[in-house]
Design a protein around this ligand. Structure first.
Ligand SMILES: Nc1ncnc2c1ncn2[C@@H]1O[C@H](COP(=O)(O)OP(=O)(O)OP(=O)(O)O)[C@@H](O)[C@H]1O
Ligand SMILES: [Mg+2]
Length: 368
């Protein structure tokens, strides 16, 4: 169902994304080892990768690094390995159907037991991600297969005492049958973490395929809603679809919520739209508060000012000073840059704006 609010796992539930799927297919068919998927929040990165790998029948595991960070505030290697093993467990049957024999692939790692329905790490055992990947790679090489490890929201790997960029570079150099797929919403932060342009960094100079997931165009957004309603046999006025697209601006995550409220929950148009903004703001605020915590008053003042229409540096500064006292230009500039890296702001032609309509709404009520 197109209006299912969980990330999509099947091609038939994914609307369009033909170009991006083709890129992913090309990368895997060519045996590329590093794929980076960029795109703002709720634009459909996880869905693309999940549905894509499933359709291509590439055995894989997806680890939600952001969720792991939220749970533990740091990305420990053992926690990451446990998530990988959990992912194995969930997909054992599917692997079997793909001809991927996990038990045989991991037989040299004694501390992991693979049963018919279970995969377990011995309690207290330390298993290195590198050994796990090496074994998977060796098996895949012998059997002419490929395994993909997806690190979803990989920029959170920076919160660790492990140098994951080094681990990634090692895997890219040494494991020809493994493809690492990294995704990131906070595009600037992912680029910083990978430091692909820094000669001193482990990943410097490595080939990578970059796939950019963009917002839906107007036509795509309209098409998505119409198709979703058709699928559920719900008739809606054309004006409603137009208005929803206008207000939600091509972000498929919000369009999906709207479709869900409107067609699955059966709410009237206006109410469904209002719900997206209300519930969406709540979601956004929870995340936003985490991101801005290190300098909350100042970040909040900036976002509030931009949400209320201040777009030039000078106007933002005036508001921030009024609200929170003197700030140096340099500090303000740092904070603005960070907000751009997080994706909460964009800067175009010297003006700042909040690109996501629901974030904009959430920031209207952000009390500095
Ligand atoms: N191409 C698509 N067709 C239909 N629904 C989609 C599509 N892409 C995403 N969705 C829906 O939009 C929502 C957001 O998708 P998803 O979680 O994949 O995005 P994301 O970019 O990974 O978001 P986040 O930044 O929150 O991790 C989900 O409800 C998902 O079902
Ligand atoms: Mg995602």
């Amino acid at each position: 169902m197109l209006f299912d609010v969980a990330p999509k796992e099947r091609r038939e539930d994914l609307y369009d994304r033909e170009r991006e799927l083709q890129e992913l297919r090309d990368a895997l068919e060519l045996g590329e080892r590093l794929v980076v998927v960029y795109g703002v929040r709720r634009v459909g990165k996880t869905s693309l990768v999940k549905a894509g790998l499933r359709e291509l029948e590439v055995p894989h595991v997806l680890v939600d690094v952001r969720e792991l960070y939220y749970a533990e505030n740091i990305i420990r290697m053992q926690a990451l390995v446990s998530r990988v093993v959990e992912g194995f467990r969930r997909q054992l049957r599917w692997y079997r159907r793909m001809g991927f024999d996990l038990r045989s692939a991991l037989r040299r790692i004694r501390r992991i037991r693979v049963g018919d329905y279970e995969v377990e790490v011995e309690p207290g055992a330390r298993v290195l991600l590198t050994s796990l990947l090496s074994e998977l790679d060796a098996w895949c090489r012998r059997h002419g297969m490929r395994f993909a490890l997806v690190l979803d929201e990989a920029q959170y790997l920076r919160f660790s005492n492990v140098r994951y960029d080094g681990v990634i570079a090692w895997a890219v150099d040494n494991l020809p049958s493994i493809t690492l797929v990294l995704t990131g919403s906070e595009v600037g932060l992912l680029r910083d973490f990978l430091r692909v342009d820094d000669p001193e960094a482990p990943l410097f100079g490595r080939y990578r395929r970059e796939i950019r997931v963009e917002r839906f165009s107007r036509e795509q957004a309209v098409g998505f809603l119409l198709e979703g309603f058709r699928e559920l046999g719900v008739t809606v006025g054309e004006g409603e679809v137009e208005e929803a697209v206008e207000r939600l601006d091509g972000i498929v995550g919000w369009l999906t919520y709207y479709g869900y409220y409107r067609a699955v929950r059966g709410m009237p148009h206006r109410e469904a739209l209002a719900r997206v903004f209300e519930e969406g703001s709540r979601l956004v605020l929870a995340e936003l508060e985490r991101a801005i915590a290190p300098s909350r008053r100042r970040y909040a003042a900036i976002l509030w000012a931009v949400a209320h229409g201040a777009s030039r540096w000078r106007d933002i500064k005036a508001y921030v000073v009024g609200r929170t006292g003197h700030i140096t230009d340099r500090r303000l500039s740092d904070l603005l840059k960070k907000l751009v890296k997080y994706g909460y702001l964009v800067k175009e032609g010297g003006e700042y704006r909040i690109p996501d309509p629901v974030v904009r709404r959430a920031c209207l009520n952000l009390r500095p």
